[in-house]
Design a protein around this ligand. Structure first.
Ligand SMILES: *Cc1c(COP(=O)(O)O)cnc(C)c1O
Length: 414
């Protein structure tokens, strides 16, 4: 008997999440995917406008990434670690070449959270201090160290005690940041645009301000580019919008080309000095394995070759215009449309309206989701390889979903 995988998921993995999925009509089992599309087991096709939270910059199964991974699979998928892996070394060099000035060294893990863990440890080792300043609404992952920098009670409280010495300041507020830095501070961690926080774009000059302030106060700046990195916002990196070079930068989601999981913490040579005396200060059995590194090298090549940041900028502007027109048509439902490139957020009048729209969109075959730290905001992070026709397809579904939601709420809306 073909046991229903959704029932197995509900019984053995996550009953609470299963209920949430059921509520949005997504109690379905995925089957296969290609480019911007995903099919479930019943054969229904979805346009993937969530893109695994910014992972699928190249869409699903980009042929050049798949090909690179297959080639490496047939040669050597895992490194023995006591010899040097060529794809891993080449990837480190490639990242030094494409990231902002001075970020010459790399550490590889398997996820965004692991990239953040590495950044925390490097910042502490380099400065000899324990404290990290993070921002309200910030999301940096859910392993204990990263979770300590992700100030959301629902995630943090059941897992306490967390790392000591973490301070939280409002995002975009340089004065509060300056006040929070003290003699125990090792680093400030900040997303160039908050993703899970609800696609919050900081005020102009904020990233430059963080850079100047951290330099002046002798603490490190960690740019968490796990979601913004590699073209998503219309520039290769989110910090490029303000020409800022942080001391450490974390990457993950899109780095594996949507085919392999990989995370990276890149940084200044000086900050990585601890590895000289203590080569095993930090390590990971699978981090930066040859398969993942081959995928990342291919992903970077495609991103640069096809100038995907520029594409994200152009299509992002087109989508934004369409969404703002919908906001004008449905002012009682949509409060704001914002974002940069193909990292867009639609803020609804309340979270329940957003959830209804997500469900209506799913029914019409468009996948989206709300921000983990801000359920009023539905984010759109489609593959950067989409064309105008996909944007139009999503906008049409959006318009129909808003009509259906408005009808369903008739009499309740003010
Ligand atoms: C997703 C995300 C993380 C965590 O990445 P995981 O791979 O889920 O551990 C960290 N920082 C930011 C900005 C993210 O968006």
């Amino acid at each position: 008997m073909d046991l229903d995988a959704f029932a197995l998921f509900e019984h053995h993995l996550n009953p609470g999440l299963a209920s949430l999925l059921r509520f949005t009509g997504l109690d379905r089992v995925e089957s296969h995917a290609e480019g911007p599309y995903v099919w479930d087991k019943s054969g229904k096709r979805y346009l993937d406008f969530l893109g695994l939270y910014g992972t699928l910059n190249l869409g699903h199964r980009h042929p050049k990434v798949v090909e690179a991974v297959k080639r490496q699979l047939d040669r050597m998928p895992m490194s023995v670690r006591v010899l040097v892996s060529e794809p891993t070394a080449r990837l480190a060099a490639k990242l030094a070449e494409i990231t902002p000035e001075g970020l010459e060294m790399a550490f590889f893990g398997n996820s965004g959270a692991e990239a953040v863990e590495a950044a925390i440890k490097l910042a502490r080792a380099y400065t000899g201090k324990p404290g990290i300043v993070t921002t309200q609404g910030g999301f940096h992952g859910k392993t204990l160290g990263a979770l300590s920098l992700t100030p959301k009670p629902e995630y943090q409280d059941p897992a306490r005690p967390l790392l000591p010495g973490v301070k939280v300041v409002p995002y975009g507020d340089l004065e509060a940041l300056e006040a929070a830095i003290d003699e125990d501070t090792a680093a400030v961690i900040v997303e160039p645009i908050q993703g899970e926080g609800g696609i919050r774009v900081p005020p102009e000059g904020y990233l430059r301000g963080v850079r100047e302030l951290t330099r002046k106060r002798g603490v490190l700046m960690i740019a968490d580019e796990v979601q913004t990195g590699l073209g998503r916002t219309g520039k290769l990196f989110g910090v490029d919008w303000e020409g800022v070079a942080p001391d450490l930068m974390t990457l993950a989601k899109a780095l594996g080309g949507g085919v392999m999981p990989i995370g990276a913490c890149v940084g200044r040579r000086e900050v990585f000095e601890v590895f000289k005396q203590n080569p095993l200060f930090h390590s990971s059995t699978f981090g930066g394995n040859p398969l993942a590194a081959a995928a990342a090298l291919a992903a970077i090549e495609v991103t640069l070759e096809e100038d995907l940041p520029k594409r994200a900028l152009e299509l992002g502007a087109y989508l934004m215009e369409g969404l703002r027109a919908l906001q004008a048509r449905f002012p009682r439902l949509i409060e704001e449309v914002r974002g940069r490139g193909l990292m867009l957020g639609v803020e609804f009048a309340d979270a329940d309206i957003g959830a209804l729209v997500v469900a209506e969109l799913a029914e019409r075959g468009v996948l989206t989701a709300f921000g983990l730290n801000n359920p009023k905001v539905v984010r759109l992070e489609p593959p950067l390889i989409i064309g105008k026709e996909h944007a139009d397809e999503a906008l049409l579904a959006f318009s129909q979903s808003l009509e259906a939601t408005e009808k369903a709420l008739e009499g309740l809306l003010t």
